[in-house]
Design a protein around this ligand. Structure first.
Ligand SMILES: [Zn+2]
Length: 240
């Protein structure tokens, strides 16, 4: 019961923050164009992808924290915020597991199978918008920190990335603003999906202070609310 009440209160707080963030983003970027119309297309489905999972932990912080767990925490928060706001969501994974099929034997085969299954889920979802959640790492330059958004090849992806990057710059990146970037074409999931897609590197596990923040539930909620605000700001609004 306590958990239910607490979650509800936090979501209400998140909602208030989303409205204020949405306002900030709109005022700051009055020229930004909607990426797609949720109304015209009958609503989009946000496919939320917590990167890695199971034996594939992804990046690891110097004190042993795996990216896969942080990705899952942020994804769950983002799922809660978007659902609270009436958006439809699908998760590629909701536990600390890989999503490979039977028959894969080696770690590499598992990884390939896992990514193919994620691609299939995205491409089988009508009106999908992919939001893939990851954490970055650059141990050679531990001072590097901050959230950055990468976008896929489908045209509307860039507008999504601009909006989400803007929301992150005004919340978690203040004084350390970053630019959205086109994703490296070698990233399998982003290369093979046929819908608008962004990949968010929420922060650097190689930066001790940011790694600690990324593990805090409140910071994970802040990330989720900022990302949701950025996504919603691209949905076309009815003309006045
Ligand atoms: Zn990753």
């Amino acid at each position: 019961m306590f958990l239910v009440v607490k979650r509800h209160t936090l979501l209400l707080f998140g909602l208030a923050l989303i409205f204020s963030l949405g306002t900030i983003v709109r005022f700051t970027f009055p020229m930004s164009r909607p990426a797609f119309s949720a109304v015209e297309q009958g609503g989009v489905v946000y496919v939320l992808d917590a990167g890695h999972g199971g034996e594939d932990g992804g990046a690891v912080s110097p004190d042993g924290v795996k990216e896969s767990g942080v990705n899952l925490d942020v994804t769950r928060e983002l799922d809660a915020v978007l659902r609270f706001l009436g958006r439809e969501t699908v998760l590629t994974r909701s536990d600390d597991v890989s999503v490979y099929s039977g028959g894969a034997e080696t770690l590499r085969q598992n990884k390939v199978s896992d990514l193919k299954n994620r691609v299939a889920l995205v491409n089988d979802t009508p009106d999908a918008v992919l939001v893939s959640i990851h954490q970055n790492s650059l141990p050679s330059v531990p001072s590097v920190h901050g959230a950055q958004v990468f976008y896929g090849k489908i045209e509307q992806s860039e507008a999504l990335a601009v909006s989400v990057q803007s929301a992150l710059n005004q919340t978690v990146n203040v004084g350390n603003e970053k630019h959205e970037k086109k994703i490296d074409p070698s990233i399998f999931l982003m290369k093979n999906v046929n819908c608008p897609a962004i990949l968010i590197e929420c922060g650097f596990l190689s930066n001790a202070a940011e790694s600690a923040r990324l593990q805090e539930p409140d910071y994970q909620k802040t990330l989720a609310v900022a990302i949701a605000a950025g996504l919603l700001n691209t949905e076309e609004r009815q003309a006045p």
